[in-house]
Design a protein around this ligand. Structure first.
Ligand code: PEP
Ligand code: MG
Length: 567
């Protein structure tokens, strides 16, 4: 009988195959107390096991970039003196044996990481679990089961998949995976995305519901696992997979092309990034530049405000990686839903409307200056532009610009190079910046529309509130009119407008946004080729007629059906 299970979409795509149930060896921790004279030997056993695992991690021939990064991150965790000191103290002071000391230390680390109020860092708890398990295997001299030899077209089902499980997975044989645990930012998701393999996570107890060997369809686009599908479903999905494969092949040839419309308008198709690893992927995917570098991750993954020097190195490297392609770096947008471990934000009723982004930066000028100096210095190495988020008053932009001018004077005195024509633009994401766009454009070299926030503020709909999720739509005509207004104002002033909110990656909306006059689309790297393909096959003039009809609609639903009909 056909059974359907839903999960969190970790990586898109479709697969048909047979389920393979993967379970890891259960380890029973020996919780013996030891005698004092045994302590040195016990600690040496853990050290040897850690080193053996580090050796194994360094031997990563043929691994993907993402897997190498995970191996490097694990090596760093294993080399952390706090980690080994804690184990040593448990053995030598508390007289716990090696296994117990390792187990307790890992549990404590996992507990600490799990409490961090940040999805990305919280997921790193699974790194600790993984290294703990691998070191435990070494201690116990267990050779763990692996995914290296599987039958063709296997869909792996497991409680969870750790980076070590996926590192030696037979990539020719596995066509997808689904796990009980994990979230969107878990390693399972990240690896599935880099392997370009459909995957679902957070499926509850799927690993206890299947036996293994069943025929199944994994639909990563819809978040669905269909076990024992009907012949009709298999036929439908087989046809869909063929279609998607052909499309993928066609898009591969397009990714490095220029996105020029049939009537000759050149559009930039860029990527949003949070770090240099994202940038590598963006470049591989044919980006024309970066439309948004979210610098808050640099701050969130640090244990203190990152220094000017540390930031300079990152911005410089990113600039150089892109050559003369534009790199738009957004100044710190912290607060709202993003906190820092080392900085206490005031308790607020409405953090999204509170002490955040440029407001905080202008209040903490010393800290802000470190970032601005790093940015201005890095501008000497390529086509870097600075973008100020969340502005509502012209004065905020003027103040930031004044700081940049002061920095340029300082750098002149210090004999340090920078780009004298460095562009400074704003993210248009608040109602005030839309309404006052004609004034802002006098002081901004460009606009980039942040639809994630623009839609939230224009419609007064919290972007993260599930209860009102159906009211949050980029297709609301009010949002479209705001976008059109902002683009028109920038064009009248001879300047340009890009979009770095998620709407830019919505491939259903590409023609509409092209018709509204957008100059740059910046979003998910995975969508670059598809957006370029649509642009190359569109006529800007024709699409602007279509966009005029869309902004004349009375409701979101009306716009949506118009867009659906317009292929
Ligand atoms: C936006 O608001 O559209 C945006 C791109 O920024 P963030 O999602 O980081 O708020
Ligand atoms: Mg925003």
């Amino acid at each position: 009988m056909t059974e359907r299970y839903e999960g969190i979409k970790a990586s898109g795509g479709l697969a048909i195959g047979n389920l393979y149930l993967f379970s890891r060896e259960e380890v029973v921790v020996d919780d013996r107390k030891i005698r004092e004279e045994e302590a040195d030997d016990e600690f040496n056993k853990v050290k040897d096991s850690i080193n053996a695992y580090i050796d194994q991690l360094s031997n990563n021939e043929g691994a993907s970039e993402a897997q190498k990064n995970i191996a490097a991150a694990h090596t760093e965790l294993l080399s952390d003196p706090y980690f080994t000191d804690t184990i040593e103290s448990k053995i030598k002071n508390e007289l716990k044996n090696s296994e117990l000391a390792l187990d307790e230390t890992i549990k404590e680390m996992v507990e600490i990481m799990s409490q961090i109020d940040d999805d990305y860092l919280r997921e790193r708890a699974s790194d600790y679990k993984d290294i703990g398990l691998q070191v435990m295997y070494k201690l116990k001299k267990i050779t763990p089961k692996d995914l290296a030899h599987l039958d063709k077209n296997s869909i792996v089902i497991s409680k969870e998949l750790t980076p070590s499980d996926t590192s030696n997975m037979d990539k020719e044989a596995v066509v997808g995976f689904a796990t009980d645990l994990g979230g969107k930012t878990s390693h399972t998701s990240i690896i599935a995305q880099t392997l370009d393999m459909p995957a679902l996570v957070g499926m509850g107890d799927i690993s206890t519901k299947i036996k293994g060997g069943e025929k199944a369809i994994l639909d990563g686009n819809e978040g669905l696992l269909i076990v024992n599908p009907s012949q009709e479903e298999i036929d439908n999905y087989t046809a869909l997979i063929k279609e998607q494969k052909e499309k993928k092949e066609r898009l591969k040839l397009i990714k490095d092309k220029e996105a020029v419309t049939k009537d000759g308008k050149k559009i930039e198709v860029s990527a949003n990034i949070g770090n240099l690893e994202d940038l590598k992927i963006a470049i591989e995917n044919g980006c024309d530049g970066v439309g948004l570098f979210r610098t808050e991750f640099l701050y969130m993954q640090s244990s203190e405000f990152p220094s000017e020097e540390k930031q300079f190195e990152v911005y410089k490297e990113a600039t150089q990686m892109l050559g003369d392609k534009p790199l738009i770096i957004r100044t710190l947008d912290i607060g709202g839903d993003k906190g820092l471990d080392y900085f206490e934000f005031p308790k607020e009723e409405n953090p999204f409307l509170g002490y955040r982004a440029i407001r905080l930066c202008l209040d903490k000028k010393e800290m802000f200056k470190d970032q601005l100096r790093a940015l201005v210095r890095a501008s000497a190495f390529g086509n870097l532009k600075i973008m100020i988020p969340f502005v509502v008053n012209i004065n905020e932009l003027k103040e930031a610009r004044n700081m940049i001018e002061e920095i340029k004077k300082e750098l002149d005195q210090e004999g340090i190079a920078y780009n004298k024509d460095l562009d400074v633009g704003i993210m248009v994401e608040t109602s005030a910046s839309i309404i006052m766009a004609d004034k802002f454009i006098k002081y901004a070299d460009f606009f980039s529309i942040g639809t994630n926030d623009l839609t939230q503020y224009t419609l007064a709909v919290d972007r993260g509130n599930e209860n009102i999720a159906d009211l949050y739509s980029n297709y609301n005509p009010a949002v479209l009119r705001a976008i059109k207004h902002v683009i028109d104002i920038s064009h009248e002033a001879g300047k340009w407008t890009g979009m770095c909110g998620a709407f830019a990656s919505d491939t259903e909306a590409t023609k509409l946004l092209l018709g509204l006059g957008l100059d740059e689309f910046s979003g998910s790297s995975a969508k670059i080729a598809e957006i370029k393909d649509t642009i190359i096959n569109s006529d800007q003039n024709k699409e602007s007629e279509f966009a005029a009809k869309a902004i004349d609609c009375e409701s979101t639903e009306e716009v949506e059906s118009l867009v659906k009909e317009h292929k």
